[in-house]
Design a protein around this ligand. Structure first.
Ligand code: SF4
Length: 295
């Protein structure tokens, strides 16, 4: 079924954050579209329903359509202030496939580069190799603000990736995207989130090899440890049950995997961050080789 793409004008574009993101040190989020046609089986966004600004058709048909906020850049230009730490985006992927034609991100990046009062940091959370289209604009923005890319790689197993996120890029293409961003001087993180069934040791080794800063990880969110709020979508839980991967939903197993990965990272004098502290590194950790604002 082809994805449907809609457009609308938003009343505002920067939202003050709460919960996990405020604990991680962010002040605002920027969500350029409602719904996301990557449609990942585990996506927590549709479980938030109206709290995520969604409408019933969004959470009932997650990934089938998306609505772009066409005036995002104009609103952003009026909203930027120094000191803001912006996360783009907790509720959609700014480089979902339809961004190829809708082109909201180039205008947003131009806005950052031209801002009289650029934010302290601007973090782009994505799993879309389409971001490579905007490298020159990312470089220009990185000269004005601490621009970082948190690039999601969820497993080292292509068979697993295809089952949980069939509309996303293959694993190897994502590593190549990280490599290209890093070559351009963009501060890029490998964000292993959510942590799908994988081979932890070679997966982490690749993440360490392809990046220069901390690696971020986050296991499936489950009700056992997160009593309320966003959680893993039922479709991913059904996949785990069907394929015998239920241990990846168990908090004790998750902690064991994170501990194993942390030890492996520490052995290479690198950090593995998770939880709010881990995501806080996205805005605040220094990355060797990154473009510095003011240069
Ligand atoms: S890319 Fe992110 S926002 Fe989009 S469906 Fe997947 S997890 Fe959800």
């Amino acid at each position: 079924m082809p994805f449907q793409i809609f457009q609308s004008e938003a009343r505002s574009i920067l939202s003050p954050v709460s919960g996990f993101l405020i604990q991680a040190g962010f002040t605002h989020s920027l969500t350029p579209a409602r719904n996301c046609t990557f449609g990942c089986s585990y996506c927590y966004v549709p479980t938030m329903r109206v709290q995520a600004g969604l409408r019933p058709d969004d959470w009932n048909h997650w990934g089938h359509h998306t609505t772009f906020k066409t005036n995002a850049a104009q609103l952003l230009a009026k909203s930027l202030r120094s000191g803001q730490v912006i996360y783009c985006s907790p509720l959609t992927d700014p480089y979902q496939p339809a961004e190829a034609t809708q082109r909201l991100m180039p205008a947003i990046l131009e806005c950052l580069a031209a801002a009289a009062h650029p934010p302290a940091a601007f973090v782009i959370q994505t799993r879309g190799p389409l971001i490579l289209r905007d490298i020159p604009l990312l470089v220009a923005a990185a000269k004005r603000t601490r621009l970082r890319v948190s690039f999601s790689v969820t497993t080292n197993r292509e068979d697993v990736r295809r089952i949980f996120e069939p509309h996303c890029a293959p694993v190897e293409e994502r590593w190549q995207t990280i490599k290209a961003l890093r070559s351009a001087g963009i501060a890029v993180f490998a964000t292993l989130a959510p942590l799908l069934p994988c081979d932890p040791e070679p997966f982490l080794a690749r993440a360490l090899a392809e990046t220069a800063g901390p690696v971020i990880a986050d296991p499936f969110h489950v009700r056992e440890t997160k009593r309320s709020g966003a959680t893993t979508r039922a479709a991913a839980i059904e996949i785990c049950n069907h394929h015998g991967w239920t241990e990846w939903l168990e908090p004790s197993f998750q902690i064991g995997i994170l501990s194993q990965m942390s030890r492996l990272a520490a052995a290479q004098r690198r950090a593995l961050g998770y939880g709010p502290n881990g995501f806080g590194l996205l805005a605040h950790a220094d990355i060797p080789g990154e473009i510095q604002p003011g240069t």
